[in-house]
Design a protein around this ligand. Structure first.
Ligand SMILES: C[S@@+](CC[C@H](N)C(=O)[O-])C[C@H]1O[C@@H](n2cnc3c(N)ncnc32)[C@H](O)[C@@H]1O
Length: 307
């Protein structure tokens, strides 16, 4: 324990916003008063995207934010390294805290100001967990038995990655493959926007890409469809009229779209017809439209309504 930290005793009177009495700490919970406590290194500067993008995968961790996301990550079998939360979440997450204590996982609690100084943002969702990054499965394992696969090529924006995963989960995608330079699906903004579906949809990195990756998809019986605004592209309606049994939908980066190498490596290009002088759709919007139109067998597996 560092100076000024208490364990399993009681937190200071102002530990809980608006509280007047002291908050009693469950046994094994450390009360944090020093934002530079080295035990909290996993949580430092969470708003620094460039820093986190580099250090999180390197150190084999990601950060889950909010009670719901933490519970989803745990339900998916991911292993926590530690928890950090404001006092009231010790009650809401009491079962998680108890389990952590049994498993010897550190639980830290602290005043909002201390946590805010440490992480760099206002902790309105109150609870964080530093999680071990799961080992990603081999591509072949995900393709076996799959009918719809989504490939995200070099998407930059974590919000778009999260939104694509959310659509993938809802619209019958069996696996998501992200290219080597695609933004991290486990970055906290991706996780949040995905509503935790990054823990639900099987995914992995596909490397190399496109050469090698497109061949691997074909070897597993997939038709590779590049979503691109080329003159040769067929319309989404034409493809949806008779879609292949196994289809990989490849979507490109926000600025430039798919590379010409990817378009050349694909079996066909597909465009979603647009009007109104709009030159392209947001990638996550294109993703949702395409997945819906090309849902396997004309229905979304597991949904109540089928066509
Ligand atoms: C913002 S767009 C990139 C636009 C880029 N200037 C281009 O020409 O592809 C990002 C991705 O969304 C998909 N996309 C957006 N609008 C589309 C459309 N109308 N038809 C097919 N794909 C589309 C493509 O995969 C594209 O690479």
């Amino acid at each position: 324990m560092t100076d000024g930290a208490t364990t399993g005793g009681s937190a200071p009177a102002n530990a809980h916003a608006g509280a007047t009495a002291s908050v009693s700490l469950p046994t094994g919970v450390d009360w944090i008063t020093d934002p530079s406590d080295p035990r909290l290194a996993d949580y430092v500067s969470l708003t620094d995207v460039a820093l986190r993008r580099r250090t999180e995968p390197e150190r084999g961790l990601y950060v889950a934010e909010s009670e719901k996301v933490i519970r989803r990550a745990l339900a998916a079998g991911h292993r926590p390294r530690s928890f950090l939360m404001a006092a009231r979440w010790l009650t809401d997450l009491a079962d998680v805290v108890t389990q952590a204590r049994e498993d010897g996982i550190p639980v830290y609690a602290g005043d909002h100001d201390v946590i805010e100084t440490l992480t760099g943002f206002h902790l309105h969702r109150g609870a964080l967990a530093a999680m071990q990054r799961p080992v990603l499965p081999p591509v072949g394992e995900l393709l076996a038995g799959a009918r719809r696969v989504l490939v995200l090529e070099d998407i930059v924006d974590h919000t778009n990655v999260g939104a694509c995963f959310r659509s993938a989960a809802a619209l019958g995608v069996d696996a998501v493959l992200v290219t080597p330079r695609c933004a991290d699906p486990l970055y906290r903004r991706s996780v949040r926007v995905s509503m935790g579906t990054v823990f639900q949809v099987p995914w992995t990195r596909i490397e190399p890409w496109p050469r090698g990756g497109a061949e691997a998809l074909r070897e597993h019986g997939f038709t590779v469809a590049a979503f691109a605004l080329t003159d040769e592209a067929v319309t989404l309606d034409a493809l949806a009229a008779d879609p292949p049994e196994r289809l990989a939908l490849v979507l490109g980066t926000e600025g430039d779209g798919l590379t010409r190498h990817t378009i050349a490596a694909a079996d066909l290009s597909v465009r979603i017809p647009m009007s109104g002088g709009v030159d392209s759709l947001n990638v996550a919007a294109a993703c949702a439209v395409a997945l819906w139109a090309l849902r396997p067998g004309g229905s979304v597996p597991g949904s109540a309504a089928t066509v």
